[in-house]
Design a protein around this ligand. Structure first.
Ligand SMILES: [Fe+2]
Ligand SMILES: [Fe+2]
Length: 204
């Protein structure tokens, strides 16, 4: 019988293959997902989570935007800002990802995290309007890592935000978008978080 952590290693390699399929359509999302996975793992360390939980959330972070595989090219690859209709389509990606991953029995918890990664602490997120600690912990961690990476990356329709400005944005949104406990830990360890100082549970 494989140990749980060995199982996760196997899954980790499997998902690298799945994410490569996404990369073929959307290179930005694939790179972004790798960075979010690293940052998620670092935050798990600040929270002193177990190796198993850390591995699980790391994998969930790799897969968080998998549902973008189901978004039309005209929306996914658009070089300017999205209009309302296009946004409505884009906002389906957490549910599309959930629908794909939910079919894998061992990925049940991961599928729920993927579904919830755009929920907000105050309940104003999507797709289910969950709030506070009802949002799975993995999703609350990924939400912060996701925002930091997205803000600090340049996109065709806007330039990257500075580390200082990004820090202020996170701070401002504590208890609105983000779990205050997790966001405060991320801010307290800000330099290290951006430098990826984690001791890896898994590489890549
Ligand atoms: Fe997303
Ligand atoms: Fe993302």
């Amino acid at each position: 019988m494989m140990k749980k952590i060995e199982q996760f290693m196997l899954y980790h390699d499997l998902i690298a293959g799945i994410v490569a399929a996404l990369e073929a359509r959307d290179p930005y999302t694939a790179d972004h997902s790798n960075r979010v996975a690293e940052m998620t793992q670092t935050i798990c360390g600040y929270l002193h989570l177990s190796k198993e939980k850390t591995a699980l959330y790391h994998i969930a972070a790799h897969l968080h935007d998998l549902g973008k595989i189901g978004i039309d090219d005209s929306v996914l690859r658009k070089k300017s800002s999205l209009n309302d209709e296009e946004w409505a389509q884009m906002k389906n990606h957490p549910v599309i990802g959930y629908n794909i991953l939910h079919k894998i029995k061992a990925f049940e918890e991961i599928s729920n995290i993927v579904r919830a990664h755009h929920e907000r602490w105050d309940g104003n997120g999507y797709p289910d309007g969950l709030s506070g600690k009802i949002i799975p912990l993995g999703a609350r961690i990924i939400a912060i890592a996701d925002s930091i990476d997205a803000m600090m990356s340049s996109r065709p329709y806007r330039s990257a935000m500075s580390a200082d400005k990004c820090r202020k944005e996170i701070e401002k949104n504590i208890n609105h978008m983000y779990d205050g406990e997790i966001a405060s830990l991320a801010l307290k360890n800000w330099e290290g978080l951006l430098k990826k100082e984690s001791t890896p549970v898994m590489q890549g």
